[in-house]
Design a binder for this molecule. Structure first.
Ligand SMILES: [Zn+2]
Ligand SMILES: [Zn+2]
Length: 241
């Protein structure tokens, strides 16, 4: 499987990542990608950039180092109402937005019912294009409901390679991600592969994601980022009339 655009990465602006936009673009080009999404942590993540960073993204050229950049954010889902930490007016100006649960930023019960409700509610947001790493056993999800609602709302579900690393800090991610992919395969729900790289060397590293897709013989047509145009036309924000 060939992936043309990595849909999840961070730069220095996120506070715990280590390269500039230019360095990330250069590395992505050298790895043969046609595009890279840079999705900085939104404002409730400790140490990330100020809201002004997101409001000013229009000044950054979208072509650098021979590739196309999609500039956006990885939002924090804040509670079971699915609220996120940037306003709609800011989100609508971006190229792409992921919404994820990060434990330091989430207020609520960690039961399967409540976490599933948080994701389902976040997916109703017209500017939430992707649900990031819904694979962490510490915040359990009903994968059938997740895949159904993703399909209904046109939200993409992420296979996050960083989560799947055996040394990662999230819990039981391989089994949870496999269960998600099996539901997506059954229902025809689209997914994306994200490296979630916080350093240039990790861009387009899909070692564990590929292994999982192969293991369950996941259909390639349901992977949205095998082509740059396919990914762009699969983003909810670009599907509006
Ligand atoms: Zn994340
Ligand atoms: Zn991330």
């Amino acid at each position: 499987m060939n992936i043309e655009i990595d849909t999840h990465s961070h730069t220095l602006a996120s506070g715990h990542a280590y390269n500039t936009i230019r360095e990330m673009a250069d590395a992505a080009g050298k790895k043969g990608l046609k595009g890279l999404a840079i999705t900085e942590h939104a404002v409730k993540m400790p140490g990330t950039c100020h809201i002004y960073y997101f409001q000013n993204l229009r000044v950054v050229p979208r072509r650098q180092c021979g590739i196309e950049l999609l500039l956006g954010t990885e939002l924090n889902i804040l509670n079971e109402a699915g609220e996120v930490d940037l306003a709609q007016e800011v989100l609508q100006e971006m190229d792409i937005a992921i919404a994820s649960i990060h434990l330091p930023c989430y207020k609520g019960e960690y039961s399967k019912e409540m976490i599933t409700r948080a994701y389902v509610n976040a997916m109703q947001n017209e500017y939430v294009d992707i649900i990031g790493h819904p694979d962490d056993g510490r915040v359990p999800v009903d994968m059938q409901v997740l895949a159904q609602e993703a399909k209904r709302t046109g939200t993409l579900l992420e296979v996050n390679n960083s989560s799947l690393r055996p040394e990662g800090f999230r819990v039981n991610t391989m089994d949870n991600c496999r269960e998600m992919l099996l539901e997506c395969k059954k229902l025809g729900t689209m997914v994306v592969l994200g490296s979630d790289s916080h350093v240039d060397a990790d861009i387009a590293n899909y070692e564990y994601a590929y292994r999982l897709l192969e293991e369950i013989d996941f259909p390639e047509e349901l992977v949205a980022n095998t082509a740059l145009d396919k990914l762009k036309s699969s983003l909810k924000r670009n599907k509006k009339a």
